[in-house]
Design a protein around this ligand. Structure first.
Ligand SMILES: O=C(O)CCC(=O)C(=O)O
Ligand SMILES: [Fe+2]
Length: 260
């Protein structure tokens, strides 16, 4: 059982990123990742973009795609075929906003990692990285762990997974994220991909937790193999919690691959 060595947010360094991938610290924050002007431009561009909705009870808007939407009913081929459209949809937002948060994150990671950092690939074909989300609803308790969620994909061959999110707009209240230090080791049935969303509270009982605020302009990174959830909140009439994020997994050769 890996335990956090402290309960603090850390600055981004090569050392802190390795500690986070090994689940030894709860989170990394890059304060002031984007300026206030960039945040308002990004948020406005998101709201004007091609927003879709997940098929979960809560109304969570998104632009782009998530690999885990394909895990049960769709093939890897269908996933890869949908990547260009998703890329087009987020690039329209980046263009309207005047900046590309995914490129900025990749530059930051490259400056703080000793091995290659790139978008994940399946042979020569790229995954999609950088899903935009807009909601004031809760995001239920879940884990994101590709070795279990994405068998048969190249991203399954990782030994650590973190997720980054940049927050372009925050709620008036609520909207904080809680991460529970209880890395996921589900009991697996052969050939079955288990449910990883709406997980039981037994996974969080008596478990150390860490809560972060989705502060505008900041980038926050945490280990997504831990169960985590986002609290609902109150938005102003046209307000929302607007974020963009992806996962980063560490391959056995030490390189980092990004996907959403
Ligand atoms: O929006 C957040 O704070 C976390 C979202 C999430 O579940 C993730 O990045 O894996
Ligand atoms: Fe997540």
């Amino acid at each position: 059982m890996v335990t956090w060595i402290d309960g603090a947010e850390h600055a981004l360094t090569c050392e802190s990123l390795a500690l986070l991938l090994d689940n030894k610290i709860p989170a990394i924050r890059v304060a002031g990742f984007a300026s206030p002007d960039e945040c308002s431009a990004f948020s406005a561009a998101c709201k004007a973009g091609r927003v879709q909705y997940y098929n979960v009870a809560e109304r969570i808007g998104y632009i782009g795609l998530a690999q885990y939407q394909y895990r049960w009913n769709k093939t890897r081929e269908e996933f890869l075929a949908d990547v260009p459209q998703a890329q087009e949809d987020v690039e329209a937002v980046f263009h309207a906003a005047g900046f590309n948060p995914v490129q900025r994150v990749m530059s930051l990671l490259r400056a703080n990692w000793d091995a290659p950092v790139d978008v994940a690939r399946e042979d020569a074909r790229h995954y999609f990285a950088g899903i935009i989300r807009s909601t004031s609803e809760r995001i239920d308790l879940h884990v994101d762990w590709a070795p279990v969620n994405a068998p048969g994909y190249s991203i399954a061959a990782i030994d650590g997974q973190v997720g980054w999110n940049f927050f372009a707009e925050e709620l008036l209240s609520g909207g904080h994220t809680t991460v529970y230090n209880n890395p996921w080791y589900p009991v697996l049935q052969p050939g079955e991909i288990p449910q990883s969303y709406g997980l039981p509270r037994s996974l969080t009982e008596g478990v150390p937790s860490f809560t972060y605020q989705a502060t505008v302009g900041d980038l926050v990174i945490f280990n997504t193999r831990n169960p985590h959830e986002v609290a609902p909140g109150n938005a102003s009439p046209s307000g929302s919690r607007v974020s963009i994020g992806s996962f980063a997994g560490r391959k056995p050769d030490g390189s980092l691959v990004l996907w959403a």
